[in-house]
Design a protein around this ligand. Structure first.
Ligand code: NAP
Length: 337
């Protein structure tokens, strides 16, 4: 039984976990964070004390606590599936940061467990769907004013990624955002994916990372998407989405910025990071999730969407390893989605 104010427990309090806690406690109406768990016990226990909230002895303790109505999972990718399944075993609402799991089999298990609960309890952190630019693009595509969509040219560029970052992570952790949002924009399933490795950037890369990468995705309706993932581009956080239609081109611009013309130059800043670029989208995403949980009606990205994205990321990684195009098939979509 959930009271008027949703009591949230957070598992994994690193970069995005910390942001979401601030967001929930200071911006979002109808919810507050009541407890946390993180493997960095000493440090995060101190944080919990400073915030006057509970530090739980394990993720499992937090999930099963009667004082926690809903779970927010912001721990590392590899831990998501297990925590989501544990939350579903307790029939609790859970918001899981992307990716839902690191492979499609684990996502399929989550879908199966949620279907057994008979209703939607999971939302996945695909916040691009709440970005004003993408929402506008969706409306323009659906208006058909520019004819059918033929192809898309997209890019996901980060200034730098660090030494821990590997070639598969470019697909599983980074490209997964485009894979979800483009599926939602086009309302069209993917049928194949091919990973192409262009000339490697030399300065900021290492043996475990081939950067940049290109994914070519084909959809059931014959749309071809060319997606560049470049996680050490050095010049900014640069997100591109160009939709080429029969009689027009639709695209995103970097929001928030003002250009300066001076000394025979015309300068416009580029977003420095994902926190800045998608700040408003995260706020909207969380307010709608809290409203959805309080009304027992989740409408945001589902476990099914997490599964669809992971079928492509899994096949994309296989394509990198094999050097060939991989055809994809989805299982049948259950009626709760
Ligand atoms: P991060 O800074 O490394 O934070 C993750 C935290 O989880 C760390 O404190 C980590 O501790 C902890 N952790 C590791 N294993 C755990 C376990 N078994 N149980 C509980 N906590 C555990 O990473 P981040 O950048 O915040 O990313 C967190 C998640 O959010 C990732 O899945 C990432 O893909 C996703 N994300 C989404 C977006 C988005 O745009 N939607 C943006 C950024 C990140 P250690 O440091 O000791 O491992």
């Amino acid at each position: 039984m959930i009271n008027k104010e949703l009591r949230i427990g957070v598992i994994g309090v690193g970069a995005i976990g910390t942001e979401h806690i601030k967001r929930i406690n200071h911006k979002i109406k109808g919810a507050r964070v009541v407890g946390i768990y993180d493997v960095l016990e000493e440090e995060k226990k101190q944080l919990a004390d400073e915030m006057g909230i509970m530090f739980y002895g394990s993720g499992e303790d937090l999930i099963s606590s009667d004082d926690v109505d809903a779970i927010l999972i912001t721990s590392i990718d590899e831990t998501h599936a297990d925590y989501v399944l544990k939350a579903l075993a307790q029939e609790k609402y859970v918001f899981c940061e992307k990716p839902l799991a690191i492979d499609s089999q684990s996502c399929a298990k989550i879908v199966e467990a949620e279907v057994k609960c008979g209703r939607r309890l999971v939302q996945v952190g695909f916040m691009r769907r709440y970005d004003k630019g993408y929402m506008e693009l969706k409306k323009l595509i659906e208006s058909k004013s520019y004819g059918e969509v033929l192809m898309l040219h997209c890019a996901h560029r980060n200034p730098e990624s660090g030494l821990h970052y590997t070639t598969p992570m470019s697909i599983i952790q980074t490209a997964v955002h485009e894979i979800d949002v483009l599926h939602w924009l086009l309302q069209d399933d993917y049928v194949s994916v091919e990973s192409i490795l262009p000339k490697k950037q030399t300065k900021m890369t290492h043996t475990n990372l081939h950067d940049p990468q290109i994914l070519v995705l084909e959809t059931k309706n014959g749309v071809v998407i060319q997606l560049e993932i470049f996680v050490n581009c050095q010049f900014g956080y640069d997100i591109k989405c160009e939709v080429v239609c029969e009689n027009g081109e639709l695209g995103l611009v970097d929001p928030h910025y003002t250009y300066v013309k001076h000394n025979f130059s015309n300068q416009t800043p580029i977003s420095p990071d994902w926190q800045t670029r998608f700040k408003e989208a995260y706020d909207t995403e969380f307010q709608l999730w809290v409203n959805g949980v309080l009304n027992h009606k989740l409408e945001g990205p589902s476990s099914w969407d997490g599964y669809v994205a992971s079928v492509i990321t899994t096949a994309g990684t296989e394509s990198t390893n094999k050097g060939e195009k991989i055809k994809v098939m989805l299982q049948e979509k259950p009626s709760i989605y």
